[in-house]
Write a protein that binds this ligand. Structure first.
Ligand code: DAH
Length: 347
């Protein structure tokens, strides 16, 4: 009889004590699916006399509610609240979704951009060359003698040159872009050349086998060392602030004559002396000089008529000084804890 069945199943449900998600699923399959007991009792209800219908209608509805509520309670405890396999989402579906986490700019990109912007305002254009270079552009055109130590395997990565017998190198500096630029253009030109360079170094906190440089070149009639100094003074004040001090020291590069290295007052200790500046108060940031007339001639430029200055700096070094980063390896390890400290830009 229907009445007895309802009483019996009510007792069974009241005694139901699930101890796992499987128990909960078994309950659902027994009572609530379309071939389950609740549906079967409702089918049977259709067949009973109208007298019985009157007596059992409420009881049966109460039984159905009891079965559904017991299942919901059990599901909340054991299946994280998913009460229906086809309807797993609960909550307001019209609410906007969670925002996407935006990445941040790499510190080297930020600093490169900043440097490029400063020189752009002085009329420099951006130019790029090749990372795999031939000997001429990386060394010979820049006056590196055949026995120059920089050509040694210890410093340079050599690459077998495809179908030619020529040995290629991974460029060791962006000065190679100067050569390409001068070969392809006639003065006047002003260009800034950012790029990645490679050296055969053991990786440590202070050295890496690849890093980034920015090269600058200005060639025109009557370009002088005073133009070079003034341009670089302006650059340093823009990048590190008005009160940064600058000094030039005589130096040597095969492709410039005269050559100099430029130091700035240590940005960390403001010149008082610290570990980074080795207690001297000064840190070197770039090499520079007047383009050697022989280099101009090597690239097809009349050195009687034109002169020029060039400079080259490491972007990592400039970045370290700006953000006080002490380990070069951080730049290429892709550690999100490091990278997410830098500015996020939407454009
Ligand atoms: N190419 C040099 C280096 O990698 C840097 C350099 C020095 C570039 C003097 C220049 C320059 O253009 O004039 O160490």
């Amino acid at each position: 009889m229907l009445q007895e069945k309802i009483t019996q199943y009510t007792q069974e449900i009241e005694a139901f004590k699930p101890s796992s998600a499987e128990d909960v699923e078994a309950f659902r399959l027994k009572f609530l699916v379309s071939k389950g007991i609740v549906k079967a009792l409702f089918d049977e209800f259709k067949t009973v006399s109208s007298e019985e219908k009157r007596a059992l209608g409420k009881v049966l509805n109460a039984f159905k509610q009891l079965a559904e509520q017991s299942y919901k309670d059990a599901a909340a405890e054991y299946t994280g609240g998913h009460t229906d396999r086809n309807k797993r989402t609960e909550g307001d579906l019209t609410l906007p979704g969670p925002g996407f986490a935006l990445g941040s700019r790499h510190p080297l990109s930020l600093v490169r951009k900043e440097i490029v912007e400063i020189f752009k305002k002085l009329g420099f254009v951006v130019s790029e060359g090749k990372e795999i270079e031939d000997d001429w552009h990386n060394f010979t055109a820049l006056n590196f003698a055949p026995e120059h130590p920089a050509r040694d395997m210890q410093d340079t990565f050599f690459v077998k040159g495809g179908d030619t017998s020529e040995d290629l190198v991974l460029r060791t500096h962006t000065s190679s872009v100067q050569v390409r630029l001068m070969e392809m253009n006639q003065p006047p030109f002003r260009a800034i050349m950012p790029g990645r360079v490679y050296r055969n170094e053991a990786i440590s906190a202070r050295a890496h086998c690849f890093f980034h440089q920015i090269e600058g070149l200005y060639v025109d009639e009557n370009v002088s060392f005073a133009d070079l100094k003034q341009t670089l003074y302006h650059f340093v004040k823009e990048l590190y602030g008005e009160d940064t001090k600058v000094r030039f020291r005589p130096s040597y590069f095969p492709f410039t004559e005269p050559s100099a290295e430029m130091d700035i007052s240590c940005t960390i200790c403001k010149g008082k002396g610290c570990q980074l500046c080795k207690h001297s108060g000064w840190v070197e940031i770039l090499g520079c000089g007047m383009v050697d007339p022989q280099v101009l001639e090597n690239c097809g430029i009349d050195s009687q008529k034109y002169s020029g200055f060039a400079f080259g700096m490491g972007i990592e070094r400039i970045t370290n000084l700006k953000y006080e980063i002490r380990d070069l390896r951080l730049f290429s390890e892709n550690d999100v804890r490091f990278l997410s400290q830098f500015e996020t830009e939407l454009i």
